[in-house]
Design a protein around this ligand. Structure first.
Ligand SMILES: N[C@@H](CCC(=O)N[C@@H](CS)C(=O)NCC(=O)O)C(=O)O
Length: 200
């Protein structure tokens, strides 16, 4: 059985969704980031990085980093068809994942949601938050271009869509102006049975 170390409302929502989409058998161990659960010695023994998502496999080994876990799930459960066959589509998937997690999330939302982590004074904290917001705004425009008129990034649902899903939910919660095609995408995602089961 797989175990997802998960904090509801965090980026691990995307991996939670993928586990459901690929039909994996899994259990969830909640790591409460608000109360410092990521620093709990029992969790650090599993993942010394102290981050979610982390995925423990049947042999007890733990995979970390969103992109890596998503890649492993897509290829381990290859019957689910969420990893494309063509090199070009595979490369576009990795490109999108890297952009969403590395830029929109880490350089954007991290600063919007937890600028106080950087322990600046009040002005510095607000400047950092404003910088994060501008990074997210640019990111949303770029994601909107990448999606264009397609239903999903590569036409059919794939692992990068799970990452778009979690950042768009954050964008909505944080009051960003979400481009229309991304709003439609989020509405489409919300109709997926796996999304209904987990987040409905
Ligand atoms: N690069 C990591 C980022 C994961 C990450 O930043 N997770 C956040 C939740 S969205 C976290 O665990 N934060 C806890 C902390 O930094 O203390 C990945 O791709 O999985």
């Amino acid at each position: 059985m797989l175990t997802l170390f998960h904090s509801p409302g965090s980026c691990s929502d995307g991996i939670f969704l993928l586990l459901e989409e690929v039909g994996a058998e899994y259990e969830v161990e909640v790591i409460d980031l608000k109360t410092g659960g990521q620093r709990d010695p029992a969790f650090l023994a599993r993942n010394p990085k102290g981050k979610v998502p982390s995925l423990m496999r049947e042999d007890g080994s733990v995979l970390t980093e969103f992109q890596t876990i998503a890649y492993w799930l897509a290829n381990h459960f290859d019957q689910a068809g969420v990893w494309p066959e063509q090199l070009e589509s595979q490369s576009r998937t990795l490109e999108a994942l890297d952009f969403i997690v590395g830029s929109v999330h880490m350089r954007g939302f991290t600063l919007v949601k937890v600028p106080q982590k950087f322990q600046l004074d009040a002005k510095g904290t607000e400047d950092l938050r404003a910088y994060g917001r501008s990074e997210v705004e640019k990111g949303l425009i770029q994601l909107s271009r990448m999606l264009g008129d397609a239903l999903y990034l590569l036409g059919t649902f794939g692992i990068a869509d799970a990452a778009i899903f979690y950042v768009l939910r954050w964008a909505t919660q944080e009051g960003f102006d979400v481009p229309e095609n991304l709003q439609d995408f989020l509405a489409r995602m919300q109709e997926r049975p796996a999304v209904q089961r987990l987040f409905g």
